[in-house]
Design a binder for this molecule. Structure first.
Ligand code: FES
Ligand code: FE2
Length: 363
């Protein structure tokens, strides 16, 4: 799937930028290949418009905010919060006629500006921990990765990778059998909930983060996938500690995603320093990043293409593919794939022999 070529993906909310960054002036961000400028007016209202001035296509993010308006840095044209040009200073009467720049849906939630490029099909995910007394919000990561959103999403629900990718942090290399999981699709087909119990190693960094002194422990996990690129993983430890992480892979273009991760904890800074929580999660996501950036970004969605070989623990990732394909079909769209950018993307070697690999391998 080439995300920039799927119009349906323009109809979802994505967390794009910490709203605090807008205190420094207009900021650029590329979402699904569309260049945006985010800006905050003097009254605190956030707006998102295309980052191209209609006059000479200068980036409006190079301009500045004046009251409730955004001013182009090239010839000083002014735009209001809906993107309508309000003044052309070179004209004696300043009249701008009917000039405007494209304006997009935006909301501020959980400290982030969320953007949808087209009429949103679903709501911004509700993170109940954010409004649950006793929980605190810890901002963890905001950084670009060279991988597709779907690769990160399926990785989040893949119990088979812990023993290998995370063998230095919490994975048990000696116990590679993945935990069984229970999957419950949303009634509207826009995601699912997954429940699983995962025994884990608890190394020194982990002990600082969990407050559990033993070398091993267990996580009761409830994961939620919100189509297309948001997930929440609520991990409950035997002590009652809840460590929830919300992670989004906001699609920048076909091959890269902006990773947003926020943690929610039901303990206090005195019990566990946020810096220790972040240090452990940093070690874990660095392990994921190293392997995910080695995967192909044109992630197959239609299983009939038989471009990948699967095993039973891949079921959450397969459900993502089925649900996405069903929504594409419902909205009259087909999967667009086939990046032709050269050797950086070698075509997958077919299984030996004439018969294509079976789409699923059960055990
Ligand atoms: S390019 Fe923006 S005012 Fe000229
Ligand atoms: Fe992982």
């Amino acid at each position: 799937m080439l995300v920039t070529q799927q119009p349906l993906l323009r109809r979802f909310w994505y967390p794009v930028m910490p709203v605090l960054l807008l205190d420094q002036g207009p900021q650029p961000f590329t979402l699904l290949g569309v260049e945006l400028v985010l800006w905050k007016s003097a009254s605190g209202a956030v707006s998102v418009v295309r980052d191209r001035c209609p006059h000479r296509h200068a980036k409006l993010s190079r301009g500045w905010v004046e009251g409730e308006e955004l001013r182009c840095g090239y010839h000083g044209w002014s735009f209001d919060r809906e993107g309508t040009c309000t003044r052309v200073p070179q004209k004696e009467d300043g009249d701008s006629g009917r000039i405007c720049v494209q304006h997009f849906h935006s909301e501020v939630r959980y400290g982030y500006v969320w953007v949808s490029l087209d009429a949103p099909l679903t709501d911004i995910p509700i993170l109940e921990e954010d409004s649950t007394p006793g929980f605190r919000r810890i901002y963890e990561f905001y950084e670009p990765w060279k991988c597709s959103g779907l690769r990160l999403m399926e990785n989040s629900f893949d119990n088979a990778h812990f023993s290998f990718v995370h063998k230095e942090t919490f994975g048990k290399l000696e116990a590679p059998q993945p935990s069984k999981m229970d999957l419950e699709p949303f009634a509207d087909g826009f995601g699912f909930t997954m429940r699983t119990v995962v025994p884990v190693r608890n190394n020194k960094l982990g002990q600082l983060s969990t407050g559990i002194a033993q070398a091993e422990t267990v996580r009761n996990n409830t994961g939620i996938w919100w189509m297309p690129f948001c997930r929440k993983l609520r991990m409950q430890y035997p002590t009652g500690l809840v460590h929830t992480i919300f992670t989004a892979a906001t699609p920048i273009d076909d091959s890269s995603s902006q990773i947003v991760q926020i943690a929610f904890r039901n303990d206090t800074e005195v019990q566990t320093r946020a810096a220790d929580v972040i240090a452990f999660d940093r070690a874990v996501v660095s392990e994921d990043r190293a392997i995910l950036e080695s995967t192909t970004f044109d992630t197959p969605v239609d299983l009939k293409r038989r471009d990948e070989v699967h095993m039973a623990s891949d079921e959450p990732g397969l459900l993502m593919r089925r649900q996405l394909l069903a929504k594409f079909k419902e909205f009259g769209e087909a999967e667009v794939h086939g990046w032709t950018g050269g050797d950086a993307y070698p075509s997958l070697e077919r299984a030996r022999g004439a018969t294509p690999a079976s789409p699923t391998v059960s055990y």
